[in-house]
Ligand binder design. Sequence first.
Ligand code: SF4
Length: 212
Amino acid sequence: MNTQKRLEILTRLRDANPHPTTELNFSTPFELLIAVLLSAQATDVGVNKATDKLYPIANTPQAILDLGLEGLKSYIKTIGLFNTKAVNTMKTCQMLVDLHNGEVPESREALEALPGVGRKTANVVLNTAFGWPTIAVDTHIFRVSNRTKFAMGKNVDLVEQKLLKVVPAEFKVDVHHWLILHGRYTCVARKPRCGSCIIEDLCEFKDKTSDD
Ligand code: SF4
């Protein structure tokens, strides 16, 4: 895909949604970090249902530690993989208290050192809580980037590198949200809704669907 087309795609996505953000509910970097940690292989809606009850009771590392492991599990047991996530959340809270004064560190290295936090989670937190131009490539972004030929790559790391290279600076902070939302609602996995897609004429996918 050429530069001009990419620019047009980004401009259209921005025009349609000038201030995109995550669909996870949060009001502090810590709330976002825990929500992202809980969201692996779960829906944002499912995570929000749990955290909407948890955060009014406990939304700091110390408060979650005070709940105890079983107490935390009682709030998140509707989320997939909740046992592992509960253990990682407790360990992460302990490290935040011990090493970072109870705050979420604005550092990739420090974030990735937290249990259950990988590159994608660190990218989301750096981007969405701190405004860094990082791009967290999830299953939606991976699919949309390859299908459209906007930024092709065999794995998520290669797509991330390609996106960082081809997306102009003015779009970098928001591109991760635009592509996720596009993949979640329009360029869906099984049968993309090409008939109602605002970038249909620019997309280079060979097997576009004729209806929406
Ligand atoms: S035209 Fe179809 S395949 Fe291309 S981005 Fe839109 S929904 Fe996805």
